[in-house]
Design a binder for this molecule. Sequence first.
Ligand code: SF4
Ligand code: SF4
Length: 170
Amino acid sequence: MSADSARRVEVYPGREVVVEFDPDLTFECVEECTWCCHHGVLLYDRDLLELAQRATLAETTTDFRGEKFVTREEKSRDDHVGEDGHACAFLRDDGLCTLHLEEDWKPTRCSVFPLGVWLDEGDLHVDIRESAHDHCDGLDVSDRRVIDNLEAFLPELLWELENPDSDRVL
Ligand code: SF4
Ligand code: SF4
């Protein structure tokens, strides 16, 4: 999408985002697909505090390039895993997220996917992640326009971060 077609949307009072994807794009997560849970998820500081109340950090998080991520672990199953047989420590055998299911909570980055965010000259920008175009089964399969539901993808915390850039993976 060109800069001309980007548009500003107020997601929370006084919290705007510059939308860089097609406003007609729709999304609905597809149950059988767990692709975005095959990777280690970056944890912002506040996520880490929240996670500490729900899990043992020493067992479920790892350090990478000075940042904290949810650990990927080897699974004893063939589905809901990446090519190397690993997936997020919280991804259950049935493809559901333990945190989401039992704690009604998940890390910020899990809400953001399949979107990607970054800061540019003080503005928060949002687009579809490059990898999502190739792997996310939920794009354009429903009537739910992403642009009308941005608060479901973008926790308000993102506007308070020095570096919300989602282009950091384990
Ligand atoms: S924490 Fe849950 S939603 Fe996030 S990647 Fe892991 S299994 Fe998926
Ligand atoms: S890759 Fe897309 S469709 Fe698949 S689980 Fe993640 S958000 Fe849902």
